[in-house]
Write a protein that binds this ligand. Sequence first.
Ligand code: NAG
Length: 357
Amino acid sequence: MDPLRRLISVLFPTSSSSSSSSLILLLSLLFCAASATAADFDIEPITFDEAYSPLFGDANLIRSDDDRSVRLLLDRYSGSGFISSNLYKYGFFTAKIKLPSDYTAGIVVAFYTSNGDVFEKTHDELDIEFLGNIRGKKWRFQTNLYGNGSTSRGREERYTLWFDPTRTFHRYSILWTANNIIFYVDEVPIREIIRNDAMGGDYPAKPMALYATIWDASDWATSGGRYKVNYKYAPFVTEFKDLFLQGCPVNPLDQYPSDHCYDKLALLDAQDFSTVTAARRMAMRQFRQNYMYYSYCYDTVRYPIPPPECVILPSEKERFKDTGRLKFGGSHKRRSRRTRWRGQIPAVSESEDQSMM
Ligand SMILES: *[C@@H]1O[C@H](CO)[C@@H](O)[C@H](O)[C@H]1NC(C)=O
């Protein structure tokens, strides 16, 4: 079953009520039409060598013979990672990823764009970060963005998934244009940030490279650091395949990226993944309704005035407390330790993470 249909069947489990059955039917028809052509994005995967380079932990980066997939290992000596060989000003970055299984507490698998190596104080970043968990608990993940060094203003959202990401490959993507940013899981857009002037430099605007890494985040990733990486279960292996990226490669120090971007960005705009169809928008709403368990937009303790890109939906607001955490996150929550990440960001309450499962 393709992801959109699977999502629908998860979100609307079979029920005896005839009204919900007809809703299922209606939605299924709608999604059949959309998904017949959208089982996956219409892209031609590239080899590792065409666009990427090893970043660190070379001994733990294992490329397949045909160079079309790469495994990243974390063991007690090192994590590993790769990076795109170019920086891009606007682009689409995607891979099918399978995450390590079993005991993965403390592990982070990250798929993100950044220019932190070039612009130390004013870097931009777009994140998909998978957060490992203790055995039997689901992986969770977060998306986030920074622009021009806005590290004191994290914009995290956290989610679970409608499938087990350790069993099968799924496509994860970041689309970044001059007007919007979309994070995708398969062809479901899970988050869209639409640029507005009030965001100023917080909207990423300098060329970025794509990064994929696995690393030990024992002090942060699982229950605020309560569960560390246990190397008895090493090596932890994550696999990337069907790699693809598209955009305009530019020299990051070139102040005025040249005209050659015009055609490339027009091409990007014309792609399947650049359009949020009505069916995709509906899938996005349902994903967020069912799988998002933290949003900075509703965290009024942290942001008394939501950042300017936030679109406050009454149906979402209803579900979140003023901490941006779910109201119905479970009854035996414990106060979690506050940990800090990169010095500035209050950790999402991790006991809440656990109770979500
Ligand atoms: C980015 O930050 C630098 C340093 O704080 C500032 O000089 C510059 O104007 C900012 N750029 C934007 C687009 O906000």
